[in-house]
Design a protein around this ligand. Structure first.
Ligand code: GLY
Length: 305
């Protein structure tokens, strides 16, 4: 229930830069949770290295999400869940809070790092969101290499699809979407999100993660946000934009909690939200049993689930 949301926050105005990453809202077993937290710690460290060297929030969130996409523990990039045909279809988006420029890809065939293609959509096209074969064609034109699907499909993803198709588990949502939000030393915020979506989803199904305002949002005037959970619910309430707007006055932690409560009240959807507010403070909330995360600032590190 949203009223039972677990929340946390750091870095209230005292840091030069900050980054927070998540490894997806869901129900990860106690056995696997340490690996998820460690994956988030590695991703936050990679983003922190960008920020500590004076890099932008935009580059930091892209780098952090690439690390999570390369980690087969998560439902993004390598290890992404499978659709009803046993195929990977990837969704990702990235947004710059200074310019409000954004890029996304959806229902994309296997490529190792869809977040890098989303960034290229933002930087090298006049569009915000490219889908399916058109997105793949754009990626190839830009020099990205189509991956051999077998190099990205894990035994766990196959087992989850088999279980869902045998109705041994709740059909659908896999959890494990990944995302990052950051504020750099110049006060710019950015957000990025990447996912394989839902286990056994219909071919062509697109969730919230590639949609600006639902899965990802960033505005220097408010906050950067990445969401995870029931994509259909998140699209309906424009969760990332809602949470970012609320952070302007309510603070990151309260905004994360309140936006999830609103989504649950209106749609019954559950999930998680991470926010980096314009003052650099970080906040998260989840209404699922688990959501691995890691935070880093110029003054410290933290992680959990
Ligand atoms: N939140 C990820 C998805 O529903 O696709």
């Amino acid at each position: 229930m949203a009223e039972d949301a677990v929340t946390a926050s750091w870095a209230h105005g005292a840091c030069a830069w900050s980054i927070l990453v998540h490894g997806g809202a869901g129900d990860v077993s106690a056995e696997h949770l340490p690996r998820h937290v460690e994956g988030c710690e590695r991703a936050a460290a990679a983003g922190a290295a960008v920020l500590a060297a004076g890099g932008s929030a935009l580059d930091a969130v892209q780098r952090a999400v690439e690390v999570l996409e390369d980690d087969a523990s998560f439902n993004a990039g390598t290890g992404a869940c499978l659709n009803e045909d046993g195929a990977i279809e990837l969704d990702a988006s990235i947004m710059d809070g200074t310019t409000l420029q954004a890029g996304g890809v959806c229902a994309l065939a296997p490529f190792k790092n869809p977040i890098a293609i989303a960034r290229r959509v933002m930087d090298a096209s006049s569009h915000v969101l490219l889908a399916g074969e058109g997105a793949a064609r754009f990626a190839l034109e830009q020099g990205f290499v189509r991956a051999d699907p077998s190099s990205m499909i894990t035994d766990l993803a196959r087992a989850r699809l088999a279980a869902a198709q045998a109705k041994q588990t709740t059909e659908g949502w896999a959890g494990g979407t990944v995302g990052a939000v950051a504020r750099d030393a110049s006060g710019r915020v950015a957000a990025a999100t990447s996912t394989g979506g839902m286990v056994n989803k219909r071919a062509g199904r697109v969730g919230d993660s590639p949609i600006v305002g639902a899965g990802t949002y960033a505005d220097d005037a408010t906050a950067a946000c990445s969401t995870t959970g029931h994509g259909e619910a998140m699209i309906r309430v424009c969760l990332a934009k809602t949470a970012s707007d609320a952070a302007r006055t309510d603070g990151a932690e309260h905004a994360a909690r309140a936006s999830l409560a609103m989504m649950h009240a209106r749609t019954s959807g559950t999930g998680g939200v991470i926010l980096a507010a314009r003052d650099g403070s970080l906040g998260l909330a989840r209404t699922t049993r688990t959501m691995s995360w890691a935070a880093a600032t110029d003054t410290g590190r933290a992680s959990g689930a």
